[in-house]
Design a protein around this ligand. Sequence first.
Ligand SMILES: Nc1nc2c(ncn2[C@@H]2O[C@H](COP(=O)(O)OP(=O)(O)OP(=O)(O)O)[C@@H](O)[C@H]2O)c(=O)[nH]1
Ligand SMILES: [Mg+2]
Length: 360
Amino acid sequence: MSARTAARPETDIPRLLQDFEGGKRAGLARVISRVENEEPGFRDLLKALQPRLGRAHRIGLTGPPGAGKSTLSSALVKHFRAGGEKVAVVAVDPSSPYTGGALLGDRIRMNELALDPGVFIRSMATRGSLGGLALATKEVTDVLDAFGFDRILIETVGVGQSELDIACAADSTVVLVVPESGDAIQTMKAGLMEASDLFVVNKADRPGAERMARELSMMLHLRLGQALRNVPAHHGVDPKRAGSRAKPAEPLKEEGWQIPVLQTVAHEGGGVTELAEALDRHRAWLGASGEYEKRRAARLRERVREEVDRRLRQRTWKEAQGEARLRDAAPALESGEVSPYDVAEEIVAAVMKADWSEPG
Ligand SMILES: Nc1nc2c(ncn2[C@@H]2O[C@H](COP(=O)(O)OP(=O)(O)OP(=O)(O)O)[C@@H](O)[C@H]2O)c(=O)[nH]1
Ligand SMILES: [Mg+2]
């Protein structure tokens, strides 16, 4: 390490790690803040934690606003806690630049859980970080995994692409719908089918839940039929059985995993045990089928891409003063004197000329 490194604020990393490793809550909170805000030294922290990743079961929970995600999360937390497991909840709201009202509501609702030392709850919202919310969420989840939580619930509001990106970074992705969600076809159009490992129709105490669940099962089943047409018979799946129309067989996503469509009444805890059991089955399947390793490998590669993108953005907009250059060029840009392409070229040229010897 150079003398310059020693003068940097990240020299407190060993102490931070010591508190963290000692299982101190305050240490955990400090490491999370450092990582979430991309403060100096956050990469060193993440590097140090790498060898301990992969012990937690990461569960993504996504679905439309008000579907009952937080209520279901709370119910799952209680269930896992009753089994003696340590549980963390990360609530993500990509739509709000600050910790919004909805998340605040969740906090109040989850207060009772938060008093339990075996539970950790964190709300996340965009903070203009150069890596984006999805990356920050994954990194915070890594920190929680390394700290030793057995289960990590990642709740994302909405069903857009960024929510799916976050949910898909989990080991098991649960897509929540409600009877009022509209028709199943609409749900499927949002690309949720590919993303989900489990479907849950929450608010099953309301009319239409049964029908919703049936429609979802049918659609999953139809999709399976299509997928199997390209699967050779020796692949271990019996296309006749799976494609049978007479008896709606359990739908499959991939060989060996049947995407279940469960029903819950989250505020009463109804169906939560069944959901937890299905999650355990999914986790066991991930391990036994080799799917876990496959997804892990894909995730590691993806993390490299995300980090490269972030570093380049950081170089461009912070270190090479891209924003300042853009501001300076704004009048000429607006008057039409220069084109956006000219300005971009100038910024890129500045990035290329910058000193790349010291990591940012
Ligand atoms: N009837 C009924 N109401 C429920 C059920 N689950 C949750 N709710 C209610 O639905 C409302 C929304 O629940 P939340 O858990 O906040 O939903 P959410 O998906 O987290 O909402 P956002 O985070 O705002 O997107 C609350 O008033 C819950 O009490 C259920 O199974 N049945
Ligand atoms: Mg919520």
